[in-house]
Design a protein around this ligand. Structure first.
Ligand SMILES: O=C(O)C(=O)C[C@]1(C(=O)O)C=C[C@@H](O)C=C1
Length: 95
């Protein structure tokens, strides 16, 4: 049995299936860019952490993390805080 575009998208018409297929391609491209930006952020964060640790400091700086969390919450609301916490974990590991 062949799988149609409508099956894959959940759409009930070919027109809706076309819209969804096109929009999903854009989402996949956006996700690739977001992942690239996250990797870039991880590398920059590592530079900061290495400099601080080499100078005798600690990996984590909680006051800065509060600023980052506020930034995301102000931009995206409460789920932004959860997103920022995941981002910080990716960048500095679990605390
Ligand atoms: O800004 C810093 O001081 C960093 O170390 C970067 C960063 C971050 O990824 O945003 C990572 C760890 C710190 O706890 C705070 C923030």
């Amino acid at each position: 049995m062949t799988v149609t575009a409508a099956d894959k998208t959940g759409a009930r018409t070919p027109e809706a299936a076309d819209v969804i297929t096109g929009a999903r391609e854009r989402i996949d491209a956006l996700d690739d860019r977001i992942i690239g930006l996250i990797r870039e952020r991880m590398a920059v964060s590592a530079v900061i952490q290495d400099a601080r640790i080499t100078s005798g400091g600690r990996r984590v700086n909680l006051s800065r993390e509060m600023e980052v969390l506020d930034h995301y919450r102000e931009a995206l609301g409460k789920p932004g805080t959860a997103l920022a916490m995941t981002m910080l974990e990716l960048c500095r590991g679990q605390v």
